[in-house]
Write a protein that binds this ligand. Structure first.
Ligand code: FE2
Length: 147
């Protein structure tokens, strides 16, 4: 991905995963519900779209591989979510649902709004991708929870 970004004049940000810490089951469930169920699922959703719509064939092929990876990450998160959900209290579940709603809303102001039309075509990114994901969230959620 870094090589592809460089070929097209871009760069990847440095990743920082922070310090290792011990968390409660609730904290783990909340983090997984947001980072895994929302952001990994959205990453898979977006990568699938890019694998179909990017004008650059190398990018399309790369995004196909990334879509498979992101889908696996999302499925793992949903497996964990279903397992942990039953161990949470009603108030913990409500707090996690609220955190997911806030995470979903955050997707509606993505960092890709600054991209030009030409860049969007190249990358296969649609301005409405996040809105589409947001609009379909309930059916995605229900499907994943009943898997
Ligand atoms: Fe991922």
């Amino acid at each position: 991905m870094a090589r592809l970004a460089k070929v097209h004049g871009g760069d990847l940000p440095k990743l920082n995963f922070g310090r290792f810490s011990t968390r409660s089951l609730f904290e783990l469930a909340k983090d997984n519900a947001v980072s895994g169920c929302i952001f990994e699922t959205y990453s898979a959703f977006k990568a699938i779209e890019q694998s179909q719509k990017a004008s650059d064939p190398v990018l399309r092929e790369t995004m196909k591989k990334i879509a498979i990876d992101e889908s696996k990450h999302a499925e793992l998160a949903w497996d964990i979510h279903r397992y942990l959900w039953q161990k949470l209290s009603i108030s913990e579940q409500a707090e996690i649902e609220q955190a997911q709603k806030e995470a979903l809303k955050s997707l509606l102001t993505p960092s890709t709004f600054h991209l030009s039309h030409k860049e969007r075509i190249l990358l296969g990114l649609n301005k409405n991708t996040a809105s589409l994901f947001f609009a379909n969230w309930h059916s995605i959620h229900n499907q994943k929870m009943s898997a």
